[in-house]
Design a protein around this ligand. Structure first.
Ligand code: SF4
Length: 275
C-alpha cells in the first residue's frame, strides 16, 4: 500500500535517495545505526564514481529528495564540492531537493560555503547532539547570512539498533522487522556504485559483516544497467521487494529501546565484539 500510494503520487520517481560520500566521521558514536563505529580505516569516496552512478540513476528515474551524508560529509569537502558542481551542471532538473546532513562539528571552508550557496534546492540539515555539535550555531549563522536554507533536527535520544550478530528469532519476526522498517522506505542508499535497501545493509556488506546477496541490491555501474529501462526496473524491484534482506537478521531497529544519543567511543569497535 505504501509503495502503491507513493508510486501513484510520484511516478518514475525515487522519493528518497541517500548518497554516501565518505566513510569518515568527526564523531565516534558507539551506537551509530549505520555502523560507522566499526570502520577502522574509513575512506572518502571517489567523487567521479558517485557521479557516474548518479548519472545512470537520473537517466532511469527522478529523485524527489537526495540526501548527501557520510560519515560526516564536511570531513570530505572536496568530494562534496565536486558532487554539488555535477548536480548544478547536469542534474538539478531531475531532483526536487538536495539535503546535506551534518552533525554540526565542522565549519566548512569559504569555498565550500560558496559552492552550497550556488546550488539551488540545497538545504543543510543539522543533527543536534548538544555539546558535541560544537560548531552548529556558527555554521547556522553562516547559512543565515549567506541565504543557505538550513534546519535543525533535534534528537533527544536514539533508538537502539543493537549489535551486528544474527538474532536467534523466528523468521516471522525478522520478516516483520523488514515489513515495518522506516529505513528501507526512506533511506535507500547509494554507496560505492551500488544501491542498497538501507544504509545499515550497505555498510555491513562493506565491513564484511553481511554477505552480498544477489537481488538484495542494485549494481548501478554494472554494464547491464547502462540501459535506463533496465536500471529503472531493477531500482523498482529493490524498492518493491517483499522478502526481507539478509541483514535484517542482524538488526534491531524495532527494539523500541531508547538510548543516549551520540554516546562516544574512544576507538573503533571490532565487529567480533558487536553483539
Ligand atoms: S537491515 Fe533490514 S530491518 Fe534493518 S534497517 Fe535495514 S532493511 Fe530495515
Amino acid at each position: 500500500m505504501y509503495n502503491y500510494a507513493r508510486r501513484k503520487k510520484y511516478p518514475d520517481t525515487m522519493v528518497f535517495l541517500d548518497v554516501v560520500i565518505t566513510e569518515c566521521c568527526s564523531l565516534k558514536c558507539r551506537n551509530c545505526s549505520n555502523l560507522m563505529q566499526y570502520y577502522h580505516k574509513p575512506e572518502n569516496l571517489d567523487p567521479e564514481e558517485v557521479i557516474a552512478s548518479l548519472r545512470r540513476i537520473f537517466k532511469a528515474v527522478r529523485v524527489k529528495q537526495l540526501k548527501i551524508l557520510g560519515g560526516e560529509p564536511f570531513v570530505s569537502q572536496k568530494v562534496l564540492m565536486r558532487i554539488l558542481e555535477y548536480l548544478r551542471e547536469e542534474a538539478l532538473d531531475r531532483i526536487d531537493e538536495v539535503e546535506v546532513i551534518t552533525n554540526g562539528t565542522i565549519v566548512p571552508s569559504e569555498e565550500c560555503i560558496r559552492s552550497m550557496k550556488e546550488t539551488p534546492k540545497l538545504k543543510v540539515l543539522f543533527s543536534n547532539y548538544g555539546e558535541l555539535s560544537s560548531k552548529l550555531e556558527e555554521f547556522m549563522q553562516i547559512c543565515r547570512d549567506e541565504g543557505i536554507d538550513c534546519d535543525v533536527a533535534e534528537t533527544d535520544y536514539w533508538w537502539d539498533f543493537g549489535g551486528v550478530n544474527e538474532r536467534d528469532e523466528k523468521e516471522r519476526r525478522t520478516q516483520h522487522r523488514y515489513d515495518a522498517c522506516y529505513s528501507r522506505k526512506h533511506c535507500n542508499t547509494l554507496f560505492r556504485g551500488k544501491l542498497y535497501a538501507c544504509p545499515r545493509q550497505a555498510h555491513a556488506i562493506r565491513l564484511g559483516i553481511s554477505p552480498e546477496v544477489e537481488g538484495e541490491y542494485v549494481d548501478v555501474l554494472n554494464s547491464e544497467n547502462e540501459d535506463p529501462a533496465k536500471l529503472h526496473d531493477a531500482i523498482y524491484r529493490l524498492i518493491d521487494r517483499k522478502e526481507r534482506i539478509t541483514m535484517c537478521k542482524a538488526c534491531g531497529c524495532d527494539s523500541n529501546i531508547k538510548i543516549e544519543r551520540a554516546l562516544q567511543t574512544e576507538r573503533p569497535l571490532d565487529v567480533s565484539h558487536g553483539s
